[in-house]
Design a protein around this ligand. Sequence first.
Ligand SMILES: [Zn+2]
Ligand SMILES: [Zn+2]
Length: 543
Amino acid sequence: MVIVFMAEITYTPKGHTGYTCEVVSAGGNSMRIARLQLDGHPVVHGDDALSANMSLVRRLDAYADNELAYRRARQDNRKAALRKSADLHRKIVIDLADLIDDVGDKAEIGWCSGCLAKREHRWVQRRSLTPDAYLCDGCGAATTPCLWPRCAHFALRKPGVVQLGKYCAEHQHVIPGFEKLDTKLDALDDYGSWLEFESRHAKRITVLTGGLVGGALIVAPLFFAAAPAIGGAIGASSGLSGAAATSHGLALLGGGAITTGGFGMAGGTAVVTAAGAGLGGALGASVTTAYAGDDRSFSIELLERGEGPPVVFANGFLSEDKSGWGEWEPIIRNRYPDSTVYRLHWGAKEQRDLRALFAREAGGKVAISGLVKAAGRATQLALKKVGLIGSALTVAELAKNPWWVARTRANMTGAVLADLIARTDTNNFVLVGHSLGARVMLSAAQALGSRRSSPQLESVHLLGAAVNAGHDLTNVGAAVSDRVWNYWSSNDGTLRKLYRGAQFGERAAGAEGFTTSHPNVKNRNVSQQVAGHNKVVPNVTLR
Ligand SMILES: [Zn+2]
Ligand SMILES: [Zn+2]
């Protein structure tokens, strides 16, 4: 006789692109998830006890997605990464399904480190568990009281009967504090005190050396660690789930090149858009915390106080990051004489790496080949083949390419700026950016524009924008009450080279204008006044 003592999972392929996957708990509860094609929505059937648990549904889907990708993968290192990821999700599914069997009525209310909300945690009545296990009524994750003495928050519990205790998100400094998640800011430069941690750090996490997220190997930079949280949170609203949602989250942060096994995430163009829902709230807080901790150069410098619409400007990679106005003073004072003016500092390291690459290549006719070389041959091939979206690149591969890292950093900075703006009650911000700084501003506008609320931006000025000419402008246009102005010059050789070299034939909005359109987005041809990438700022008059 076979004694069933833990949940079992059965994975059944359906053709080359689909599957059904079933979990049966030790207590006999079952749930089945079916996906018939790669981009199809998973369909869930089964006992309420299991299918009502979002965490279990997501994990089972993630397991099955990774299993499918594993079976389709060709390269050894990729197969290994996907196997590891599938096994991790599988372990969590088994653990959760069995915990659900034993959940009782006794419950406690506390902040959850999984969904960052104050929820009911139901106690799992099983004596052998160390430490005690609970299930969050919100996200369904297995939780356990924080290990910190007298802390009333709930930490995420690792799978397994006997485990080490864990610290909550506040004590791990994932967030500045549970009570501060929805904090409003009076002005943008108040962000520093908001980000100060409420609690002491339980166990300082210095370097993120490894780990698997949805099949992508994580090495650096740290902000990628926020991806699964974002992916998971977006999952419910975007219709994606599991690994697909995690890929989506990674794509939001990284620009669309990372997927598990070639699943297209709903439009790699999305960048940070879907993050909109989380801005100004819990999710935004965790992203901002991770980001601000990772980029030491990130700061918002107050240059001027005034009554006019607050202006935030940012530079790109070719100018050294010094403090103060730089060359911006005349054009900003001229257009916004009474405004509060902030300078956004960001990504000093990434911009320095990119600058070094340019300096090395300057003068020669090598173009930007170094950008590509740095990424390695396999990456080049992958990039060429799939045009960067839906490719099989891992974060590790991307992290070696200075252009992609800087570009990701820019997207991320934009998301953080959007989160901070969403925390204010101001609705007439003006964003101004040059080069990759324009990408920062575009990404902020895109994130803000994805929220279903009235615009917090008056206008956005993009100068020599290091952004695809074919960028989807829907959310960008929706973010402003006035206009997005794109000042482009056909004499911008740097952007042309950069885009030809690193973006494989894409065109830059700063060198040719946007080819896509939205009624609120206007191209301004400034080729007459602007002789090159570094000549944009002093020679443009803001509209
Ligand atoms: Zn929760
Ligand atoms: Zn705690």
